[in-house]
Design a protein around this ligand. Structure first.
Ligand code: G5P
Ligand code: MG
Length: 226
């Protein structure tokens, strides 16, 4: 197989399936740049930008934001990463968004985390996040060293407004109706790789060996497979 200089990947899966958690392991191991649509939207809400104020209600209700808005936002961020390998988390999540991405970039691999819906609700009610960095904790799975405090910065952790049980149910519905068709889109292109399980630690070794044969080494040589 001929390795290209850059590798472009998408990570998909229902809310709470571990996209952020696995993305963190992938970026640390392979040196890919990570772009999370949810993190970008939450940063806009936190900074009270015009976009953030416009979209907050939609996100808090567990609905997807409009395709044209999110596609423009993500594609403009990707323009600054032209020469880097990247991993997109949370985008695309409709077929219209996948088409918008496909119009500009070829996606090499799509990692699909197939985690049962029953596993998810409990995970999200015990999730704590560091908003500025997107670092994710869980009081059962990967608790912070000090409760309520980010390990790296020492800043306060918060819970996401859209992690309330009713909102999680709406997010799962949106996933079922609007995002699952995107899996078929990528399956038909031959780039979909599905990893099924209920525990990230059991899924991760499979993702690791899948990517090990595909991701070219980073130019700065800082990250290593291990
Ligand atoms: P987001 O931010 O993209 P979701 O709903 O896709 O949000 P989410 O909630 O961020 O996904 P995740 O990243 O898949 O979940 O999961 P995670 O954070 O890594 O793990 C969840 C929790 O489980 C954490 O506490 C973690 O520590 C824990 N955990 C992980 N593995 C295990 C395990 O093995 N065991 C246990 N016990 N725990 C574990 O999107 C948010 C909103 O933004 C808008 C929408 O409104 C969306 O609802 N949005 C978009 N709208 C339109 N188009 C787009 N492209 C959009 N992107 C975002
Ligand atoms: Mg996430």
């Amino acid at each position: 197989m001929v390795l290209r200089a850059v590798f472009r990947a998408v990570i998909m899966g229902p809310p709470g399936s571990g996209k952020g958690t696995v993305s963190d392991r992938i970026t640390k191991t392979f040196g890919l740049k990570h772009l999370s649509s949810g993190d970008i939207l939450r940063a806009n809400i936190e900074a009270k930008t015009e976009l953030g104020l416009l979209l907050k209600a939609c996100i808090d209700q567990g609905q997807l934001v409009p395709d044209d808005v999110i596609s423009r936002l993500i594609l403009s961020n990707l323009r600054h990463m032209q020469d880097s390998s990247w991993l997109l988390d949370g985008f695309p999540r409709t077929v219209a968004q996948a088409d918008a991405l496909d119009g500009v970039y070829t996606v090499d691999s799509v990692i699909n985390l197939n985690v049962p819906f029953q596993t998810i609700q409990e995970r999200l009610t015990s999730r704590w996040v560091h908003l500025a960095s997107g670092r994710v904790y869980n009081t059962n799975f990967n608790p912070p060293r000090v409760p309520g405090v980010d390990d790296i910065t020492g800043e306060a952790l918060t819970q996401r407004d859209d992690d309330k049980p009713d909102t999680v149910t709406r997010r799962l519905k949106a996933y079922e109706h609007q995002t699952q068709p995107v899996l078929e889109y990528y399956r038909s292109k031959g780039v979909l790789a599905t990893f099924t399980g209920t525990e990230t630690n059991k899924i991760w070794p499979h993702v690791l060996s899948f990517l090990a044969g595909r991701v070219p080494p980073p130019c700065d040589g800082q990250a290593a497979v291990g």
